[in-house]
Design a protein. Structure first.
Length: 366
């Protein structure tokens, strides 16, 4: 799972601890036999079934791709409530909300786990408008994954039935590797960047252009430094010095943590008000990390992070070059700002103690 998916699963299962009823995870894609077997092994407590089969299991995973939704109906009860995090699933759930209201005379509130400003995933078109409608649905309990994101919505004057917020935390599966090696060890001359060509908000072409300018202006970099793209598979790309850009693709968390201990410089851009996980993770491991500001988002007060207020090819290339000149200096061990004061604390509640009041809000609606 990517970070957002993992957070959604962790959020949903944490909320279930406050309820005695059963639960269903609805996925928006179909799976082949190999993928289904992998899911069964990874989540043995969940029973994979189909929407047209009756199951007594208290924990169910139901693949509900568009074709399945078109020809089947999902059983719904008066007190069923939905938690959604991506706009297409949220849009589909509007029909369930209307059904509850018409059939039972009352619809349950639904929880929208907001992990980004999703209209921004699209140009100003029909998808932008459809995504925006979800923030105007009645009875929406908004849960924001970061204070920066909540501030963005407040600036745009969105209103919700209730709203809660938590700050991102370092994934426990990554945090356990923080002290695997001395954070002040001599690191490699290795630059890593979060490269996801299929996700426009990560600005892959901009980073590639900045790297090419860096290599053209400072040819000695190609002799001294390695450059690695992480996060997903990438196409074959030849950089300005003639090298083919290397990528390990999507790594295991153990391999990812090992790489974090080796790298000296990290670049992770995010054209959105959400901080995103990679720059925070890089900084936590002592990597000098370059990212960008956006609206209320500015991570520059976090140790080891350089946050650019504006990002051009030239400015990004120069910032990387300046970071390279700091090679060998020790990473900052200063305290993190208040809003991220619990980021590195493995004992801290992952959702900042919002679950109990959130569960009370739902119970009052039943």
């Amino acid at each position: 799972m990517y970070g957002g998916q993992k957070t959604a699963y962790r959020f949903f299962t944490s909320l279930l601890k406050f309820f005695d009823g059963d639960a269903r995870i609805l996925t928006e894609q179909s799976y082949d036999a190999r993928e289904l077997n992998r899911i069964r092994l990874q989540y043995p407590e969940w029973n994979i079934t189909s929407v047209n089969k009756h199951s007594e299991a208290s924990r169910q995973i139901i693949p509900l791709d568009p074709g399945t939704r078109l020809h089947n109906k999902l059983p719904l009860r008066p007190h069923d409530f939905f938690v959604f995090t991506y706009w297409t699933g949220a849009y589909a759930s509007t029909g369930y909300h209307a059904f509850q209201e018409k059939t039972f005379g009352k619809a349950m509130p639904h929880i929208h786990l907001i992990q980004d400003f999703e209209p921004g995933f699209n140009a100003w078109n029909d998808k932008y408008l459809l995504t925006d409608t979800l923030y105007h649905m009645p009875d929406t309990i908004a849960v924001f994954n970061s204070h920066e994101l909540k501030e963005w919505f407040e600036e745009l004057r969105y209103n919700f039935f209730r709203s809660y917020v938590f700050s991102p935390k370092l994934d426990p599966d990554i945090a356990r590797h923080l002290n695997d090696e001395n954070i002040n060890q001599n690191r490699e001359k290795l630059l890593i960047f979060y490269g996801r060509p299929g996700v426009p908000r990560n600005c892959f072409p901009l980073v590639i252009n900045a790297l090419n300018k860096l290599l053209t202006d400072h040819p000695e970099v190609s002799k001294e430094w390695r450059i690695l793209s992480i996060g997903s598979d990438i196409p074959r790309i030849k950089l300005a010095d003639g090298q083919t850009l290397q990528s390990p693709g999507k790594m295991t968390l153990d391999d990812y943590a090992t790489l974090m201990h080796r790298a000296s410089i990290g670049v992770s851009l995010m054209c959105s008000p959400h901080p995103s996980y990679p720059p925070l993770e890089m900084a936590a491991f002592g990597i000098r990390t370059i990212t960008n500001s956006f609206g209320p988002k500015n991570l520059g007060d976090i140790p080891n992070i350089i946050s650019l207020d504006s990002v051009s090819i030239e400015k990004l290339a120069d910032t990387i070059w300046q970071a390279m000149q700091q090679y060998g200096s020790k990473p900052s061990t200063a305290a993190w700002p208040d809003r991220y004061s619990r980021y590195l604390n493995p004992q801290a509640d992952f959702f900042d103690d919002i679950m109990e009041p959130l569960a009370q809000c739902l119970n009052q609606a039943m």
